[in-house]
Design a protein around this ligand. Structure first.
Ligand SMILES: Nc1ncnc2c1ncn2[C@@H]1O[C@H](COP(=O)(O)OP(=O)(O)O)[C@@H](O)[C@H]1O
Ligand SMILES: [Mg+2]
Length: 277
């Protein structure tokens, strides 16, 4: 599905060129669940931007389902993003004054899906991430974990072949992080290909493969023999609310301490570049 060869990305925006990625060779097959790890500045986000068709490499090749992405041009890349890719980023902003439902509808609006179908699919996606009873909440009325689940629902509505997640649990407490991983594992078992950046090994161990970056190079490609099962992990954490039945469907009252409020994870930008997807 993903074929990357001799990929390099050199940023020339500053006074000195920065080699963000070099000599990267990588193949990800359909249905794989891959974690990307590495120190800050090692090129993880740059890789995600390239895989997500948000940017083009300086040299090298990236083929997605056999199509060489660098030959597509901006419009072609936008089309691929809309049809094939779902993004979940750590601070991949939702519109703050807009309900969960409307936020999730947005990608379908760009894809030209009609209004009734949009509501139907958005409602179903929110149900799938355990937020059926939060559709009319705005982001600032939700916990950090819930906001991230809205972002996952939004990434899902166009039924992308690939989900790209850049530190999706980075701002969350342990339980909320496990809940997010439970959703990703569920989606992966349903056939989704997922590439997820994390700096926590504990999170990476929920996937079946960990690729490690250092100084822009892919240095280790590691198999995870027995991935951690997030649902099992959640059980061992104990339940903060005996009444909640769905994965991670927390009530505000049961919100654990340390759950980062939405306001801390978002910028004031009401129209981030991601919204045009
Ligand atoms: N838009 C950009 N312009 C210039 N340099 C950048 C840009 N984005 C990232 N970099 C640089 O590229 C390197 C890799 O960054 P990044 O991919 O964000 O790393 P990571 O996500 O692993 O922390 C860093 O040295 C960073 O400063
Ligand atoms: Mg990064």
């Amino acid at each position: 599905m993903i074929q990357v060869s001799q990929l390099a990305k050199i940023y020339t925006t500053g006074a000195h060129p920065v080699v963000a990625l070099q000599d990267v060779n990588l193949e990800v097959k359909a249905g794989e669940f891959v974690a990307v790890m590495g120190p800050s500045g090692s090129g993880k986000s740059t890789l995600m931007n390239l895989l997500g068709c948000l940017d083009t490499p300086t040299t090298g090749s990236y083929k997605l389902d056999g199509t060489e992405i660098s030959t597509l041009g901006d419009t072609g890349m936008a089309g691929v993003r809309n049809r094939k890719i779902g993004f979940v980023f750590q601070n991949f902003n939702l519109l703050p004054r807009t309900t969960a439902l409307r936020n999730v509808e947005l990608p379908m609006l760009y894809a030209g899906v009609d209004a009734r179908e949009r509501v139907k699919r958005a409602t179903s996606a929110l149900g799938r991430v355990g937020l059926a009873d939060r559709v009319n909440h705005r982001p600032n009325q939700l916990s950090g974990g819930q906001v991230q689940r809205v972002a996952i629902a939004r990434a899902l509505v166009n039924q992308p072949a690939i989900l790209l997640a850049d530190e999706p649990t980075g701002n969350l407490d342990t339980r909320s992080g496990e809940e997010i991983m439970a959703i990703f594992q569920d989606l992966n078992r349903g056939g989704a290909t997922i590439v997820l950046v994390t700096h926590e090994r504990e999170i990476a161990l929920h996937t079946s493969r960990i690729i490690h970056f250092r100084d822009g190079r892919l240095v280790v490609d590691e198999r995870v023999e027995k991935p951690l099962d997030a649902v099992e992990q959640l059980k061992s954490l104990g339940s903060p609310d005996e009444n909640h039945s769905r994965i991670g469907d927390m009530t505000q009252a049961a919100k654990p301490p340390g759950d980062v409020p939405y306001a801390q994870t978002i910028s004031g930008d009401d129209n981030p570049r991601g919204e045009a997807r």
